[in-house]
Design a protein around this ligand. Structure first.
Ligand SMILES: [Zn+2]
Length: 272
């Protein structure tokens, strides 16, 4: 299993970011006797650049983020985040079967541990699993240190390996907000960071048609499509499955198939 290593521009940018972060305090000290405000400039710029690399989903500055795959066919990769969910996973699996579609479920480790039968069902029906952290700390993962980053990846990975014996190659950070420790951690574990080409914003939008339209507008062969499950489960239990159903209907009508790309097909570029 081999990932196509993208051009090493990410490595150069990462080194420049970290180098500037190391030099910025020295510049500030050198400038502070001239002007306090001027001394703050290198610190401000350094922090701003690091925040951009962290908080802009699919930004490649900390390292490669796969955002589409190479194909000559009308094929897309459906990715479903935040499950498994007792409210949605089985409905979603039935919809996928109805459209002869395959998908990758980026599951939260704690949910996988709680609902192992759903994880087994996902695998039994020919779909794949990927790592979406242990507890999905979307408000704090972006600023997590190395120990917490490793723990979030490893605890989820351990759960996925036990039920049943299959490694998850791919990782997606909560809300796509990856910190600077994610890439080294994934590289050591032979894993890769996956972003998306287009997301439906189905955790924000309230109308399934608007979600489907947003995805349909941006769709192209090789797109990675991001959707969610387990949201609004009590207030609007049909919302997540309905979004998926509309996307399956509309893209199928345009001749698209829903496939699981090989690791060597994945490529990096900015998504939406
Ligand atoms: Zn998520």
């Amino acid at each position: 299993m081999q990932f196509l290593r993208p051009a090493n521009s990410s490595d150069v940018i990462r080194a420049l970011l970290l180098g500037f972060a190391a030099v910025a305090p020295l510049l500030a000290i050198a400038l502070i006797h001239r002007n306090v405000w001027l001394a703050l400039v290198p610190l401000f710029v350094s922090h701003l650049l690091m925040l951009w690399a962290t908080l802009v989903p699919n930004c490649q500055w900390w390292g490669p983020v796969f955002t589409r795959f190479k194909t000559g066919e009308r094929e897309v990769w459906l990715t479903l985040d935040d499950g498994p969910s007792p409210a949605h996973t089985l409905k979603i699996l039935d919809l996928l079967k109805q459209f002869d579609a395959k998908a990758t479920f980026f599951v939260i480790g704690a949910n996988a541990e709680k609902y192992p039968h759903l994880v087994t069902e996902i695998l039994t029906r020919g779909h794949t699993l990927a790592n979406h952290t242990w507890s999905h700390p979307s408000g704090t993962f972006w600023c997590a240190g190395p120990a917490r980053t490793h723990c979030q990846i490893d605890r989820c990975a351990k759960t996925l390996r036990t039920i049943p014996e299959r490694p998850a190659l791919y990782f997606r950070a909560p809300a796509g907000l990856k910190n600077m420790f994610v890439h080294p951690a994934l590289a050591r574990r032979g894993m890769a960071l996956v972003g998306w080409t287009v997301r439906g914003l189905d955790t924000v939008k309230r109308d399934p048609v608007a979600v489907a339209e947003r995805i349909e507008k941006a769709i192209a062969p090789g797109a990675i499509v991001l959707l969610h499950e387990g949201h609004h489960a009590e207030s609007r239990p049909d919302f997540n499955p309905r979004c998926l159903e509309l996307i399956l209907q509309r893209l199928s009508a345009r001749g698209y198939r829903f496939v699981l790309p090989l690791p060597e097909q994945l490529v990096c570029s900015r998504g939406l």
